[in-house]
Write a protein that binds this ligand. Structure first.
Ligand code: FAD
Ligand code: NAI
Length: 479
């Protein structure tokens, strides 16, 4: 009993310390200090975007060295790995958003944040055009900003391969509003199917949820949808839940081409158990309001009726990036993004840096890569900022960058949720790779994402969403 008492005391002590620590973190996050304004004599560093790359850069940047301006049409950072969970209410969408001012207000020197879209970059005059495209406009909604250094971290947009009907009828899964739209449409399909007098054929169409693209986005969405049907719809719509069908369509011979063979097989067999129909070697050719036409492996054409269509066939570059690429045709040869050198400087553009999904590099377009590149650029600018104070150092950027180590990417793990409380992970370990899948991997998946969330606030919100879902199930109300 004395050992038990001792263990209980230790556990109580540890709980008190961690509660106290969390309380202190929350207090610090919510009470930023006084910030001096930027010094106009310093160089202007403009950062485009508030995504993985830009936010990671901002976190590590010593803002006292520059006039820092952040430009983004979204005034928040979005934790994309949990976006598929938002489509069915496993996690609330606000829990995965971090207002960017929560980051910038904690910097030593104030940072200017402009909610607007950069529509043009002119590397010759070192200026950018920013437009306020929000519903509410003031006396001005367009401005031109000069920069000394520019970081292009605008990410990418959805790839459609020009397939007709995709933009009109499909839902994407990239932004917070995409997840909300999917959730609303899903519940609309369910309620419409439950409407009195609906024909059996129409019910089947409305309850056919089709996902195009067997990359991680498509797989994770199908997995979340499956859980929602089995855990929630079956309780609240017992007559309908059994009729909901999920089909995942992939053009290649298997889903998740970037994962190891063992995990591809594990995912496909889990999907089979979960009655998710996977159509591989099948290409979507056209999209209409109520049906898609696919080309089957034997070359035949087939129409597939659907209620909800989610489109996840990867990335393509944004217009502003394409325009920028066109300004340096001799150096920029890729359409999928900006080519950069070892210091992440855009080829053929003197003081433009780029990172993440906006670039065309040997790395996959992932948050892991973008955030490491952001942290790297923070170190680069901290060095450049320190050099500004030393008149003995040449002002030439090429010379200055010679003293800075090139970017080096370290791959830690590829993770994906595949449904029924199972996840898969390819983890880099001692120069090799360890593959794992199952419930234990799901717990690992959860702990990795919880610890990677940008703030204690987000961690508390996501953890409480998971608890809410366990206690009460997901909310089935339609917005
Ligand atoms: P983003 O994070 O997309 O940020 C781009 C920023 O630029 C945004 O703030 C945007 O508003 C802003 N912007 C856009 N246009 C302009 C403009 N004209 N002017 C100014 N600003 C602009 N990767 C992983 O490693 N692990 C995962 O588990 C994972 N899960 C994912 C789940 C989903 C559903 C999706 C869609 C992606 C996932 N990814 C994951 C990929 C990851 O989200 C991207 O690789 C990452 O977001 C790229 O970071 P980025 O900074 O380049 O771009
Ligand atoms: P993706 O590019 O990884 O996969 C898209 C898939 O769509 C491809 O397999 C492609 O063959 C298929 N496709 C293309 N056209 C098609 C058509 N007409 N018909 C049928 N299939 C078609 O795209 P995704 O999943 O959106 O991911 C984008 C990036 O974000 C990737 O780098 C990915 O690694 C990353 N990501 C990572 C996640 C994770 O690590 N858990 C989660 C989500 C995204």
């Amino acid at each position: 009993t004395s050992r038990l008492r001792m263990a209980a005391r230790l556990a109580y002590g540890a709980a008190c310390v961690s509660l106290g620590f969390t309380g202190m973190m929350i207090y610090q996050e919510q009470h930023p200090g006084v910030q001096p304004p930027p010094d106009p004599k310093k160089k202007t560093l403009v950062i485009l975007g508030t995504g993985w790359g830009a936010t990671s850069l901002l976190k590590g940047l010593k803002t006292e060295n520059f006039n820092v301006v952040v430009v983004s049409p979204k005034n928040y950072f979005l934790f994309t790995p949990l976006l598929p969970s938002c489509t069915v209410g496993t996690v609330d969408h606000r829990s995965v958003m971090q207002p960017i001012r929560y980051v910038t207000r904690h910097k030593k020197t104030a940072v200017q944040v402009l909610e607007g879209e950069c529509t043009n970059i002119d590397p010759k005059t070192r200026t950018i055009v920013v437009e306020d495209n929000s519903d509410i406009r003031g006396s001005t909604s367009s401005t031109t900003l000069p920069y000394d250094y520019l970081v292009v971290a605008v990410g990418a947009e959805n790839q459609t391969f020009g397939i007709p009907g995709v933009r009109e009828y499909a839902c994407f899964l990239k932004e917070i509003w995409d997840a909300k739209k999917i959730r609303t449409r899903l519940m609309d399909c369910i309620e419409t199917a439950a409407f009195a007098g609906q024909s059996e054929e129409e019910i089947q169409r409305l309850l056919h949820m089709v996902v195009v693209g067997g990359g991680p986005t498509g797989v994770e969405y199908a997995a979340e949808l499956h859980d929602f049907i089995v855990e929630d719809l079956s309780v609240w719509y017992p007559d309908i839940a059994g009729k909901v069908k999920i089909t995942l369509i992939e053009a290649l011979p298997n889903v998740l081409p970037a994962f190891s063979k063992q995990l591809i097989d594990y995912t496909e067999s889990t999907f089979k158990e979960n009655q998710i129909d996977v159509l591989t070697k099948t290409k979507v050719k056209t999209v209409k309001e109520r049906e898609i036409t696919v080309e089957e492996p034997n070359g035949a054409s087939r129409d597939i009726p659907y209620g909800l269509l989610v489109w996840a066939t990867g990335n393509t570059s944004r217009q502003v990036v394409r325009n920028l690429i066109a300004t340096a045709p001799e150096k920029q040869k890729q359409r999928r993004g900006l080519e950069v050198d070892e210091h992440l400087r855009a080829l053929g553009m003197d003081s433009v840096f780029a990172l993440g999904d906006a670039t065309a590099t040997k790395y996959a377009p992932t948050a892991q890569v973008a955030s490491q590149q952001g942290a790297y650029l923070a170190a680069v600018f901290n060095k450049l900022g320190a050099m500004e104070k030393d008149d003995a150092i040449s002002p030439d950027l090429d010379t200055r960058l010679e003293a800075v180590k090139p970017f080096k990417y370290s791959h830690y793990a590829s993770l994906a949720y595949i449904g029924s409380d199972k996840a898969i992970a390819d983890v880099s370990f001692l120069n090799g790779n360890v593959s794992a899948g199952g419930v234990a991997t799901y717990l690992f998946w959860r702990s990795v994402y919880l610890s990677n969330l940008f703030s204690t606030r987000n961690r508390c919100l996501v953890a409480s969403d998971w608890i809410k879902r366990t206690l009460f199930g997901r909310d089935i109300g339609r917005d």
